[in-house]
Design a protein around this ligand. Structure first.
Ligand code: XMP
Length: 508
């Protein structure tokens, strides 16, 4: 598989670069900036991209690049800080000129070489930098400038080294994808061959190599991620796979039955259905703190999988539908922890099972493409995401049967109305949250003191960022009056109008 690796220097956009490269149908993966050069070489990448980053090359804590990278003989593209670190390592000059550039900027292409081959000589690009390269290293020619950056683009075609100050990965650089394509197809001589079919073939081969003849169990939730992971593993190991569906009592109304029906209609794999409601709710009694809830649920899932694995005898592997966004939010060495996803940061340290995670490097929309190709029906492919810890992280404060019942009923109404309005698929997620406060109302001339329900609906491409959905007022009115009239214990409905960042999609 032809691979282009992105070395992450801590920019917000690093993973976006890898994603854009994959959109050009070349496999790409992000690795830490200081991955040993021998390890990088062992992966035989066709090219490397150095990401941007918040630091200055002259800062005391600047992230340094091992110059041996440039001796590997493979093309390297430095973006923003990546360009500066390239210039600095190879003897060029980087200066704090006092003329930073932020936002849309006009770029003049002074020479069409590789990066701007066949592209307009004047174009808009998106900048975000304070330092600038003022003298390129020997052997580079300046191929683009802006008003404040005398060296906005530099290229050394003999050595296959390229630097660009602006961000080709963001949509505000209209020719950004073309610039990346020129690097991928002209400099790295890649072929655009990474398709959904090749993702499937590569994952099946990798699973076979990892699992060999051992038995495997898969934690199935009914969502698109775990279903897709199960189908991939089934292709690789066939009868050595058993799926396990754990009903932790934190599911939505009628959900368990729907998951089992869908499974029986579309999978030909044995399914064990575990009813563990009392076990989970018991462990959550008296627990208010979100991270504690997540850890308890993450651990309980694993303990159940371990128990079932022992019963089946000889099971060594557990398949999870973990996505890249779960991994990054749970915190990596270079990225802060936002919340412990139950299947990553919420895992106990002492686990008997080894993980098989075929989707760990890709995003939801990529999973949906794979799922469609594998033949999952549309209603499963396009099911809105539902977090593993379920309603427990949508009930602020303690999870009790009474509060679960309130949230389940309210959420059922919201789902019904969103579908009726034809909006289900346009929304990344739409759900209700039950906060831990009550307020005064009046119903039938009586005072009430009851919970509010909060409506949360967002649009998103991959859950890394999200915007609050502009639901029609009429729809909001219907949802609000139905919830207040039909759900005992609720006397008020509010709408969450926060984007991510700074908020997150789920409340806990
Ligand atoms: P946040 O709330 O961090 O969520 O913006 C991003 C996406 O991840 C889902 N989510 C989870 N999924 N286990 C999961 O399987 C988890 O622990 C978990 N926490 C959040 C969330 O619903 C959203 O789609």
């Amino acid at each position: 598989m032809e691979t282009v690796l992105v070395l992450d220097f801590g920019a917000q956009y690093s993973q976006l670069i890898a994603r854009r490269v994959r959109e050009c149908r070349v496999y790409s993966d992000m690795i830490p900036y200081d991955t040993p050069v021998a390890e990088i070489a062992a992966r035989k990448p066709r090219g490397l991209i150095l990401s941007g980053g918040p630091a200055s090359v002259y800062a005391d804590d600047a992230l340094e690049l091992d110059p041996a990278i440039f001796e590997l003989g493979i093309p390297v593209l430095g973006i923003c800080y990546g360009m500066q670190v390239m210039a600095h390592s190879l003897g060029g000059e980087v200066t704090r000129t006092g003329k930073g550039e932020f936002g849309k900027t006009e770029l003049n292409v002074t020479k069409e070489v590789v990066l701007f081959d066949d592209l307009p000589s004047t174009q808009t690009c998106w900048m975000s930098h304070r330092d600038s390269v003022t003298t390129p290293p020997d052997g580079f020619e300046i191929t683009g400038t802006t008003e404040s950056s005398p060296v906005a683009v530099m290229e050394n075609t003999d050595r296959g080294l390229f630097g660009i100050q602006c961000h080709p990965e963001v949509v505000h650089t209209p020719y950004g994808t073309d610039i990346l394509k020129n690097f991928l197809f002209e400099a790295c001589e890649c072929t655009p061959s990474w398709t959904v079919v090749s993702i499937i073939e590569d994952s099946v081969a990798a699973i076979r190599e990892q699992v060999r003849d051992e038995k495997v169990i898969c934690g199935l939730s009914g969502g698109v991620d775990s279903s897709t992971a199960a189908l991939l593993v089934y292709r690789a190991v066939r009868d050595n796979l058993t799926c396990i569906f754990v009903d932790h009592g934190l599911l939505r109304k009628n959900e368990a039955g729907q998951v089992i029906d869908a499974f029986e209609n579309h999978f030909h794999v044995p399914l064990i259905h575990i009813q563990a409601e009392e076990r989970f709710i018991g462990k959550l009694a008296g627990v208010n703190e979100p991270e504690q809830k997540r850890k308890i649920i993450g651990e309980e899932f694993i303990r159940i999988f371990e128990e079932e694995a022992r019963k089946l005898e000889g099971v060594r592997f557990l398949v999870q539908g973990t996505l890249y966004s779960d991994v990054i939010e749970s915190g990596t060495r270079d990225a802060a922890k936002i919340k412990s996803h139950h299947n990553v940061g919420g895992l106990p340290e002492d686990m008997d099972l080894d993980l098989v995670e075929p989707l760990r490097h890709i995003f939801k929309d990529e999973v949906r493409n794979v799922a469609g190709e594998l033949g999952l029906p549309d209603n499963m492919v396009w099911r809105q995401p539902f977090p593993g810890p379920g309603l427990a992280i949508r009930i602020i404060g303690e999870v009790t049967q009474e509060r679960l019942e309130i949230l389940r009923e309210a959420d059922f109404i919201l789902q019904e109305e969103v579908r009726r309005a034809g909006l289900y698929r346009q929304l990344w997620q739409s759900f209700c949250v039950l906060p831990a406060i009550r307020s005064v109302g009046v119903m039938g001339d009586e005072r009430t003191y009851a919970y509010p329900i909060i409506i949360r609906a967002v649009t998103s491409e991959d859950a890394m960022t999200a915007d609050w959905a502009r639901l029609p007022y009429d729809l909001l009115e219907t949802i609000s009056s139905r919830i207040i009239n039909e759900v005992p214990g609720v006397n008020r409905v509010a709408l969450d109008i926060s984007s991510k960042p700074p908020s997150t999609i789920e409340w806990e």
